[in-house]
Every structure is written in structure tokens, then in C-alpha cells.
Design a protein around this ligand. Structure first.
Ligand code: NAD
Ligand code: PPY
Length: 352
């Protein structure tokens, strides 16, 4: 197994390979500047250890940006568990052992890295991690956790979709064609919300059951491989990251993009191409902060529903600020959002 050393701008990246389970474990901490690092645990198959490390480091950086923009006193981190076979094919004992090893790794950070659920892990998995001695957010309410963060993420994405639509010149979602990629915990709830606003839904998911449920809402289904060619007024990516590179940005047929998927762009070049074509991009680390607000706000800052909803409402104001900065500075909204995150991080750090 080969591993390239990379300068990714973060603090540290720990890697552990385990022969017994066949899993590889990565914990990336991008920043401690605002407090302990926080970010969920992603468990899926990766083509190589390099790919798993790259995903963990990029996701940890996105967490730093997300938490700083929202003014939450935490640094960015992320865990990746590279599975030997798809999660659905792991027997329960082997999955339990994987979670035990993960808990041991998280505990080694001595409270300086806090995890939670992400793609491929659930609140019940976080119960196991917690029970094995590592603090985990997003556990089941039965064990004192705040439960799934997906509903809060979806509420925030819904706000971002409406702001991005407004920036693209649409007063309301009623009558617009909204294309949603991924109908999981977040995407399905966003679909319900935009359908209630009167939007026409086009959807795609690799999971047929999720598609069937959306079709019952009145959505039109398209094959997953066609999503990036389908014309829409708004594109809402709620599946996987890395789907928009500069080529896709140059051909995608939509007016605005706002969704939940972390790191939806492969890099800054894609953002510039979108900007050049007049396609509004709501940066994902602003649009999808709802889950982090829900978990970190409730579990670290003692927030209740009122404070969480107030913070979610700020997503709209932050996006307006980013759209305005991008226009004034002649930069992409992605770059404007990164600048805002750096300024807020610096301000929070000096006020500590
Ligand atoms: P999920 O696993 O519940 O849903 C993802 C959905 O995408 C699944 O239905 C899956 O079948 C589908 N999918 C996977 N590959 C696909 C493809 N190629 N084409 C179409 N559909 C595909 O995850 P989620 O919790 O709904 O999160 C969705 C995205 O939002 C993820 O990228 C996640 O990192 C991000 N996110 C989630 C939260 C949260 O609170 N859950 C917070 C921030 C960011
Ligand atoms: C994300 O927003 O991508 C997360 O990983 C959410 C999160 C935030 C804080 C602790 C654990 C998970």
C-alpha cells in the first residue's frame, strides 16, 4: 500500500491499518485554532489509502471553514474509515470491531477531536463509539445524544436554495424546476420542502426505494448517470462530493447550485468557471452547516431549538454577504466564502 505525503495545510493526519478487520482508519485534524476539532465519521469503500487520506483531509478543511463561518468555537476535523467491502456486506461483529478500533483512535486525541455521524455511520454507531470510551456527538436520544443532524441540515439547505434562487433572479420556488441528486436523510427532506414550495422536482438516486418515495411526491426520476446533463433552474447536490470539475462547470445547465454534499467542487477552477457563466453557487460549507449547528450547538454550547433556528436563519444572511463580496471583488463565491471564513476565524481567535 503506497501513501504519498502531502502538505494539506492542516495540523495532523493519523492513519491506522488493521489486518484483522481489513479496514483503514484516518483521522484528519485541520485546525485547533478555535477549540477542539470536530467532524463526523465517514465509512465507505475507497479505491486506495491515498484516496481515503485525501478525502479525510479535504473534509477536515471544509469543517474548519464551515465552523469558522458559523462562528462556532471548534476546529475542523474528520474521520474516514476505508471499508474492505460495502457497509451492507459487513457482518455485525466485524462492524462492531471496526467501531471499537475507531473509538480507540478517537480516544487517543484525549478530547481534542470530537466525532459524530457522517455518510456510512448512524446515531446508533455513535452510541457504540461513545460506549467504547470516545466522546461522540449525534448519538441516539435514548443515550442522551441529539440524534440525527440531517433534519437541521435539510432546513439549512432549504434556506440556501431559496437564497441562491433569489440571487439567480427567481422570487420564489413555485414553478421552478429543481434537480436533486441524492435522496438520503438530507436530500429526501429537502425534496419535501421544495415540493411544498411548489417546485417541480427532478430526482436521481442509486437507491430505487428513495426514488420511488420521491416519485410519490410528484417528482420525475432520471438515471443517476444523466444528472449532470439534465436542465434545471436549480441544482441541489445531496449525494457525494467531487462531482463538479471545471469541465462539468462549463457544461452544466442550471441557474444556481445549493446543496448538502460536502466538497461538491473538485477545486477553485470549477468555481471560477461557474462564476464566468453566471451560475450562482452557494458554497457547500455555508449551505450545509445545519448539522454542525445542531450537534455542536446543542451538545457543546447548551443551545435549544430557538438558538439553533436563529443560527440556521443566519445561513441566508451569510450567503447574501458572500454573493455581494464576490460581485464587488470580482471573485468566485467559493473564494469570497473562504475569505469570509478566514476573517471570521482570525476575529474569533483574537477575541478568545
Ligand atoms: P445519506 O447517506 O443519507 O444520503 C446520501 C444519498 O445519496 C443516498 O440515498 C445514496 O443512495 C445517494 N447516492 C449515493 N451516490 C449517489 C450517486 N452517485 N447518485 C445519486 N445518488 C447517490 O447522506 P445524508 O446524510 O443525506 O448526506 C448527504 C450529503 O450531505 C453527504 O455528502 C454528506 O456528507 C452531506 N452532509 C450531511 C450532513 C448531515 O447532517 N447528514 C451535514 C453536512 C453535510
Ligand atoms: C459535517 O457537517 O460535515 C459534520 O461532520 C457534522 C459534525 C459536526 C460536529 C461534530 C461532528 C459532526
Amino acid at each position: 500500500m503506497q501513501l504519498r505525503l502531502i502538505d494539506w495545510g492542516g495540523v495532523l493526519c493519523a492513519v491506522r491499518c488493521d489486518d484483522e478487520t481489513g479496514a483503514a482508519f484516518v483521522i484528519a485534524v485541520h485546525s485547533f485554532a478555535l477549540g477542539p476539532a470536530a467532524g463526523g465519521t465517514r465509512a465507505m469503500e475507497y479505491p486506495s489509502l491515498d484516496a481515503a487520506v485525501l478525502d479525510a483531509t479535504r473534509l477536515a478543511e471544509a469543517m474548519s471553514l464551515k465552523l469558522a463561518v458559523a462562528g462556532l468555537p471548534l476546529g475542523g476535523g474528520k474521520s474516514v474509515i476505508a471499508l474492505p467491502v460495502p457497509r451492507a456486506r459487513l457482518d455485525p461483529a466485524r462492524w462492531r470491531r471496526i467501531l471499537e478500533i475507531h473509538a480507540e483512535n478517537v480516544a487517543a486525541f484525549g478530547g481534542n477531536y470530537v466525532t459524530g455521524p457522517d455518510v456510512g455511520t448512524t446515531a446508533a454507531d455513535m452510541d457504540v463509539v461513545h460506549e467504547c470510551g470516545a466522546y461522540a456527538t449525534g448519538r441516539t436520544p435514548a443515550t442522551g445524544g441529539s440524534g440525527s443532524s440531517a433534519p437541521a441540515t435539510a432546513r439549512g439547505v432549504h434556506i440556501a436554495v431559496k437564497r441562491a434562487a433569489a440571487e439567480a433572479g427567481f422570487d420564489e420556488l413555485d414553478g421552478l424546476t429543481v434537480l436533486i441528486q441524492g435522496l438520503g436523510a438530507v436530500g429526501a427532506e429537502v425534496a419535501r420542502r421544495v415540493a411544498a414550495d411548489g417546485a417541480r422536482l427532478i430526482v436521481a438516486d442509486i437507491d430505487e426505494r428513495a426514488v420511488t418515495a420521491a416519485v410519490r411526491l410528484g417528482a420525475t426520476a432520471v438515471p443517476v448517470e444523466d444528472v449532470l446533463q439534465v436542465e434545471s433552474d436549480l441544482f441541489v447536490p445531496c449525494a457525494i462530493g467531487g462531482i463538479i470539475d471545471a469541465d462539468v462547470a462549463g457544461t452544466i445547465r442550471t441557474k444556481a447550485i445549493a446543496g448538502a454534499a460536502n466538497n461538491v467542487l473538485t477545486g477553485g477552477a470549477a468555481a471560477e468557471v461557474l462564476q464566468g457563466r453566471g451560475i450562482v453557487l452557494a458554497p457547500d460549507f455555508i449551505a450545509n452547516v445545519g448539522g454542525a449547528v445542531d450537534l455542536a450547538g446543542r451538545e457543546f454550547l447548551g443551545w435549544g431549538d430557538v438558538e439553533v433556528e436563529q443560527k440556521l436563519a443566519e445561513i441566508g444572511d451569510t450567503l447574501d454577504r458572500v454573493f455581494a463580496d464576490a460581485a464587488t471583488e470580482h471573485i468566485s463565491t467559493d473564494e469570497a466564502a473562504r475569505c469570509l471564513a478566514r476573517r471570521r476565524l482570525e476575529a474569533l481567535r483574537t477575541s478568545r
